[in-house]
Design a binder for this molecule. Structure first.
Ligand SMILES: [Zn+2]
Length: 90
């Protein structure tokens, strides 16, 4: 049994913006063909979820913390990489 210490981690949806735990829409994205030079982090996001409260589009790997990251790290990544362009995403 692995000793996992993620206490606030239920592996359900948690919005990194407002901590709401209900998403209104899960969307699978088709990966755009790489264009070579883009640095847009959204381009490698395959699945997104839309927060039911703040309506931001959240990458699923952050909302569900897929790579064993904790909520705090997910929020930092969210703000640093994704938030700015979130509202332009489907
Ligand atoms: Zn939210």
């Amino acid at each position: 049994m692995a000793n996992i210490t993620n206490n606030d981690d239920s592996n359900g949806f948690i919005c990194p913006e407002c901590e709401h735990t209900v998403s209104c829409k899960d969307v699978s994205r088709s990966m755009a063909p790489p264009t070579g030079k883009t640095l847009d982090p959204w381009q490698s996001v395959l699945q997104t979820s839309k927060c039911d409260k703040c309506k931001y589009t959240i990458p699923c790997h952050l909302a569900y913390r897929w790579s064993n990251i904790n909520f705090k790290d997910a929020r930092i990544e969210w703000i640093k990489l994704y938030k700015k362009r979130s509202l332009q995403q489907p």
